[in-house]
Every structure is written in structure tokens, then in C-alpha cells.
Design a protein around this ligand. Structure first.
Ligand code: SKM
Length: 280
């Protein structure tokens, strides 16, 4: 069995990322040498044009895998040899396995949200769900939600065209009518069993609520993807109204759990990684 692993995260402005610590701690716990480097293009003064060189360098240096984050999740695709079905459907990759001269792309944002949702809201009614946010993370989460059996997903975004594009791509992948752009949020919330939040609102830099509090009712469950802070205004208000809630920590951990498995072929201990994340 392979005993040492060198991996990394390529992205712009990633100094606060908790992913390196999650991977390295799990490597320690498994008794293997595991180094996970931040490759921060903001600090390095690099752009998307430098991505091919970074991948080649990582291969030459013996990296076994890379996570890819903003703003490179689409740009990396033409540089890969193979894509998982999720990555292809989403047109976004956050995990690249480098093995035997080949580069294989996966999307563990999607699988990570799926696993967090399965664990955190296992029996939640999901005939109709509203999702706020149709950006990169929103696409991954929406895809996961439909895979988890959401019957109909209303996608809302401040940019209506972006919501329409995502809804069309979801309906293409999962069946006509499974997703639609949402123009009347109040009506959609009236119909909905739950809410998925996938915009930056609620992050330390963008405080506040992503929708009017009066649209939340006790029967709604609320799944958040913001994890810094772990308790956003949305989750606090929702819990106070009696809604079941799922914070963004699970997605943050399970994207790392799934990437660790892809990179190493070792089975990570998800409970241990959840506990470690909670202690950070
Ligand atoms: O997709 C993930 C990525 O794997 C790691 C990350 C981070 O640590 O900031 C963010 C997400 O884009």
C-alpha cells in the first residue's frame, strides 16, 4: 500500500481554507504521510492562463491529487483526460486525481452535499424545494438535490437568466419539469417542503438574510451551504420558527471526505473528520 501522499488546493484567496487541515489530520490518523499544500494563485500572482503549467508542475512533483476551487472549476476541465458523470453534467470539477500520467476530474461538492443531506435530513419531505442561488456551488447542490429525490426544484437567483440556464440544464439531466426558474418566491415557498440556500449571504463578509423571514414556515426544512459562520442568520431564524435545519459544515466536510478517498484509495473515517472540523 502507498504510504505517502502529496496533494493540494488550487484557488485564489484560499488562505482561510480548512480543507488542508482536514486532509492532513485524517492522513495522520490513518498512519500515512500526507501533505496537503495551498497553491494560492492570488499570492503567487497567477491567473487562469497559468493553470496548465500548475497541473503539469504538480504531476512532475508527484502530487496524487488536487482540489480546485474558485475561479478554476470550469477552466480545469479541458486539461483533464476523464470526467466523472457528475463532473460532466455539472461542467465543474473540484477534485482531480493524478495517476499514471492521467488526470481524472470529479465533483465532490455535489457528492458532499448529497451525503450531508442524506445524513442530516434523512426523511425530509422533498416533493417541492426552493433553492436560492444558481452559481457554481448552487449547480452542484441542485444536482445533488435532484439525485436525492427532490421532485421539483425552484431555482431562484438575483440573475434570472442564470436561474433559467441552471433550471434548463437540470431538466435536461433529470427530466422535463424537474426544475424551473423561480420568479415568485412567496408562491414557491408556499408550495415548498424545504429550502436550500446556496448564495453567499450570511457569510461574515455578506451578513443578513437571503429571503424575507416571513416566508419561512415551521413545516419548511432549511439546508444551508454557508459554513463560516456555522450558524447563519438564516439558520437562526429558521430554528426559532421551528424549522429543521442542516448547516453547511456537512458539505464542507464531505467534499473533503470524498476527495480524500479519491486521492488515496483509503477509506476516510467520516465521523472523525466531522469531529475534527467541529473542533477547528
Ligand atoms: O470544492 C471545495 C474545494 O474542494 C475546497 C474548498 C476550500 O477549501 O475552500 C472549497 C470548495 O470549492
Amino acid at each position: 500500500k502507498q504510504q505517502s501522499f502529496l496533494c493540494g488546493l488550487i484557488g485564489s484567496g484560499i488562505q482561510a481554507s480548512r480543507t488542508p487541515a482536514m486532509h492532513e489530520r485524517e492522513g495522520d490518523e490513518q498512519g500515512v504521510r500526507y501533505m496537503y499544500k495551498k497553491i494560492d494563485t492570488e499570492i503567487l500572482g497567477l491567473t487562469v492562463d497559468d493553470l496548465p503549467e500548475l497541473l503539469t508542475a504538480a504531476e512532475r512533483m508527484g502530487f496524487c491529487g488536487l482540489n480546485i476551487t474558485f475561479p478554476f472549476k470550469q477552466a480545469v476541465i479541458p486539461l483533464l483526460d476523464e470526467l466523472s458523470d457528475d463532473a460532466r453534467a455539472l461542467n465543474a470539477v473540484n477534485t482531480v486525481v493524478l495517476r499514471d500520467g492521467r488526470r481524472i476530474g470529479y465533483n465532490t461538492d455535489c457528492s458532499g452535499f448529497g451525503e450531508s443531506f442524506r445524513r442530516g435530513l434523512p426523511d425530509a419531505k422533498r416533493d417541492v424545494v426552493v433553492q436560492l442561488g444558481a452559481g457554481g456551488a448552487g449547480a452542484a447542490v441542485a444536482h445533488a438535490a435532484l439525485k436525492q429525490g427532490v421532485g421539483k426544484l425552484y431555482v431562484r437567483d438575483s440573475d434570472l437568466a442564470r436561474a433559467e440556464t441552471l433550471a434548463a440544464s437540470l431538466s435536461g439531466a433529470f427530466g422535463a419539469g424537474r426544475a424551473a426558474a423561480c420568479t415568485d418566491l412567496a408562491a414557491a415557498m408556499d408550495e415548498a417542503d424545504g429550502l436550500i440556500h446556496a448564495t453567499p449571504t450570511g457569510m461574515a463578509k455578506f451578513p443578513g438574510m437571503p429571503l424575507p423571514a416571513e416566508l419561512l414556515q415551521a413545516r419548511h426544512w432549511v439546508a444551508e451551504i454557508v459554513y463560516f459562520p456555522l450558524e447563519t442568520d438564516l439558520l437562526r431564524v429558521a430554528a426559532a420558527k421551528g424549522c429543521r435545519t442542516l448547516n453547511g459544515g456537512g458539505m464542507a466536510v464531505f467534499q473533503a471526505v470524498d476527495a480524500f478517498r479519491h486521492f488515496t484509495g483509503l477509506e476516510p473515517d467520516a465521523e472523525r473528520m466531522l469531529r475534527h472540523f467541529a473542533s477547528m
